[in-house]
Design a protein around this ligand. Structure first.
Ligand code: NDP
Length: 793
């Protein structure tokens, strides 16, 4: 071929990476693997076949982990826990540092093995996955070193069960185990059945690097092994990355178990291009957003939203760029895209694209010239897609981009947020004011400005809504593996606290007592309950007091609607929110004696104790008024020319169920942190002493809290809780009370995957400032959004 022909075609020659070392490593294990438990490999057992995605050939035999294997791993992790913690932060930092060094020394082997096992181009595993793995161990070695100084009052969670998917097998392992180990936890991890090899190689490297036996245990297997981990009573926390469907199942299975949970789930992330964007840069951005890792990326920019004025030009340039993408052997360094993970995934992608065509989309695909037998699928662009089409709403998890247009920034935000997911978003515009104005409006845990798919160990990653909860990375990620020490010391409530007297409903028709009935508080007004029903309340010594409204499902719905409407509170300045809380404190203080009397009467505590409760409530309101403009985010410094702003944002509408004890202080302790950071709340107050809450209506009325920020529905807590848990417009649930309340809250909140903050029936001394207030509550009241802002030419 002549030089001029080369110039015309611009074809790459093949540039294969050698697989010699990786194949030799497999051969040294006879391509057959057991689990890694207690620092040793077990003999291979019941077999699973691991196939090579690019060829369909058998790569290795793995062992299907049984419940007994999981139990052995948990026991090893339990035995290793105390000595691992006794090493202290510095001791653990040295181990993590050694792991980072070992990953770097074996980088090429790890990258090649990953590409063979997963099908991803070696350029990505070599330049993205493995360097980020090392970076995570270095970064968390640092947090281990700083733990005692930076996280006083917090202890490790204990034994952690971790379940990771197949799209970034080694990187997800690092995201999970680096923070867990650094902070003094021990781990049982299950890799995906189709991509376990790098986890096993890593275990071998950890063994060689002298990681103490039992600190890290790897059990291979399919979903059944995952279930055994989820169900094991010896595990204190589950950290899961994978599909939203399995995330829901795990939430349901762990409900009420006391296991804490982080879920990193699916996404359908928008990629928004404004008319003033640098179009060539944005086109390159799209390539990275959706064709990186064959589109098998939870935060893939899979919904392209282009402003109308440049839409046709942009799509034309994108198609021209697509036609230059090279799909081929994963170990060819010239491949832009490799193979999908499995025939099942290939079929899923194919059928979703077919569905898109049936629903009216037009398809542009790159011609394929690929090795036979592999799971290859071409880069695909679907245009003419309706926002409600299946391909625009379902996570395809493949190299398929759907494109739509928009007219105004408001419309872009609406379209972007028109998803049950909320993992990531990209914004492309040369007008920094526009980009920074849109970023906070997007319901997503990560926002990239003029960039996409940026990851770093120092920057939190995680979703809103059905993309899950919890953050991985940075200081944010540390909190997921720590718990307040005070929580260890809380006594369990012995049994359901009995209500005073008989709380059977009465109706206006029955006794004419309705005019003595304290109403509900909805949208800033006192309203009668829907059924006009009321329930009696009693003094501690048994005398009947006023009735209160008996709220039902409809009342909760109305209260939620009022809270949804009060969304401006989430955008109010922190100073404004602080003023609201101080004002409530001031008005409560003016009526302190009245409240103390009511508390003493309804709970039976002494006058002095009741006064102390009122005083503590006023103090707590001041405390959160103080925090309102001081609970700040951070400016992360990832290794790029740019910063990532970690901004705490309100979760939205939060349902609150208060415990029986300390009715005023508990309510204030739960509501004030939520309101301080911009949430709106629907509160079910203490069923035993609701009059203390209904007395607050006048306090709220004379304060300048906007209507609908705090709504109160009195009634039977056990009946109202499921309604709150089930409601799709409630974004989080805070529940205190009998242990079965926690089970109900966690089990019924799976519909929209609400974040639950519950106490598993353990009473809190609300007077205690460590247990009852502080940043721990504010962290639960917020979700962090990380906005990446690159700078420079
Ligand atoms: P899964 O959610 O099923 O798999 C994730 C991990 O969970 C794997 O290790 C899997 O085991 C394990 N697992 C499966 N079932 C259970 C269970 N009941 N209890 C505990 N653990 C379980 O994802 P898939 O691999 O099946 O992929 C299906 C779809 O999920 C994809 O098409 C994609 O849309 C989405 N997905 C999203 C990811 C993300 O990061 N957001 C990652 C992966 C998939 P094993 O695979 O070994 O059987």
């Amino acid at each position: 071929m002549s030089v001029s022909t080369y110039f015309d075609t611009m074809d790459y020659g093949p540039a294969p990476e050698s697989d010699k070392d990786a194949r030799a490593w497999l051969a040294s294990h006879e391509a057959s693997f057991g689990h890694f438990i207690g620092g040793r490999f077990t003999l291979p057992g019941a077999q699973l076949d691991d196939l090579e995605p690019a060829t369909g050939k058998l790569l290795a035999h793995l062992t299907q982990g049984s419940a007994a294997d999981v139990d052995a791993a948990v026991q090893a992790a339990q035995a290793a826990l105390a000595p691992w913690q006794a090493l202290g932060g510095h001791g653990r930092a040295r181990h993590l540092y050694a792991l980072a060094r070992s990953v770097q020394r074996h980088a090429r082997l790890l990258a090649v093995l990953e590409s063979i096992d997963n099908g991803k181009p070696v350029r990505e595993s070599r330049d993205v996955d493995v360097p980020l793995v090392a970076r995570h161990f270095y970064h968390y070695a640092g947090w281990a070193q700083l733990q005692e100084r930076e996280f006083p009052g917090m202890a490790p969670v204990g034994v952690v069960g971790q379940i990771v998917p197949w799209n970034f097998p080694l990187l997800m392992l690092a995201w999970k185990i680096a923070p867990a180990l650094a902070l003094g936890n021990t781990v049982v991890l299950k890799p995906a059945e189709s991509t376990s090899l790098t986890a096993l190689l890593f275990a071998e490297l950890a063994q060689q690097a002298g990681l103490p036996a039992g600190v890290l245990n790897i059990v291979t297997g399919d979903g059944r092994t995952g279930t055994a981990i989820v169900d094991h009573p010896g595990i204190h926390k589950i950290a899961f990355t994978g599909s939203t469907e399995v995330g829901r199942q795990i939430r349901e299975r762990t409900a009420g178990s006391g296991k804490s949970l982080t879920l990193e789930l699916g996404g359908k992330s928008p990629f928004i291009v404004f008319e003033d964007a640098d179009i060539d840069a944005a086109v390159e951005g799209v390539v990275d957003a959706i064709w990186f890792n064959q589109g098998q990326v939870c935060c893939a920019g899979s919904r392209l939203l282009v402003q109308e004025g440049i839409h046709d030009r942009f799509i034309a340039r994108l198609k021209a760029r697509m036609d230059k993408l090279k799909v081929g052997a994963p170990l060819d360094k010239c491949s832009d895209m490799g193979a999908l993970i499995s025939p099942v995934q290939l079929e899923r992608v194919r059928s979703l694209v077919q569905q898109g065509l049936r629903e009216g989309a037009q398809c542009h695909q790159v011609a394929l010239d690929v090795p036979a037998g592999g799971c290859f699928y071409p880069p695909t662009l679907l245009t003419g897609v309706h926002p409600a089409a299946t391909v625009a709403t379902e996570e395809i998890f493949g190299p398929v981009l759907v494109a739509m247009s928009f007219r105004t920034p408001d419309e872009a935000v609406q379209l972007a947020n028109n998803s049950r997911y909320g993992l990531a978003a990209s914004i492309w515009s040369e007008t920094i004011g526009l980009a920074l104005g849109v970023a906070p409006q997007l319901k997503a845990g990560v926002v990239w400005i003029n960039s996409t798919n940026q990851f770093d160990a120092a920057v939190g990653f995680g979703g809103y809504r059905e993309s899950g909860y919890g953050r991985e990375g940075g200081r944010e990620g540390c909190y997921e593996y720590l718990k307040p020490i005070a929580s260890k010391e809380r006594p369990a409530r012995s049994a359901r606290t009995p209500a005073h007297g008989d709380a059977t409903a009465t109706t206006s028709a029955q006794g004419g007592a309705i005019d003595r009935t304290a109403k509900l508080y909805v949208g800033g007004k006192q309203v009668r309950p829907d059924g006009e029903a009321s329930m009696p309340t009693y003094a501690a010594h048994g005398a009947r007091l006023d009735d209160v409204g008996l709220g039902n499902r409809k009342d909760i719905r109305n209260a939620v609607a009022a809270a949804v409407k009060a969304s401006a509170w989430s955008n109010a300045t922190p100073h404004r929110r602080a003023q609201g809380l101080y004002y409530i404190a001031e008005n409560l203080s003016a009526r302190a004696d009245e409240f103390a009397h009511r508390i003493a009467l309804t709970t039976g505590v002494s006058a002095a104790q009741a006064s102390a409760e009122v005083e503590a409530s006023i103090r707590r309101l001041f405390c959160y008024g103080a925090w309102a403009d001081k609970f700040e985010g951070a400016v992360h410094q990832p290794p790029m020319r740019g910063v990532a702003l970690a901004m705490p944002e309100a979760i939205g509408v939060v349902g609150v169920v208060c415990p029986a004890e300390q009715p005023l202080l508990a309510l204030v302790s739960l509501v004030a942190p939520l309101v301080a950071v911009g949430n709106r709340v629907v509160v079910v107050p203490s069923q035993q002493a609701p009059l203390v809450a209904t007395d607050l209506y006048q306090v709220f009325d004379t304060s300048d809290l906007p209507d609908g920020v705090i709504n109160i529905v009195t009634g039977h807590s056990a009946e109202l809780l499921p309604v709150l848990a089930d409601h799709d417009e409630i974004d989080a649930l805070w529940v205190r009370g009998p242990a079965d309340f926690s089970v109900t809250a966690e089990r019924l909140s799976i519909g929209n995957l609400k974040r639950c903050f519950v106490d598993y029936g353990q009473a809190i001394d609300w007077l205690d400032d460590v247990q009852g207030e502080g940043p721990h509550y504010l962290r639960q009241a917020t979700q962090l959004k990380n906005i990446w802002i690159p700078y420079g030419e």
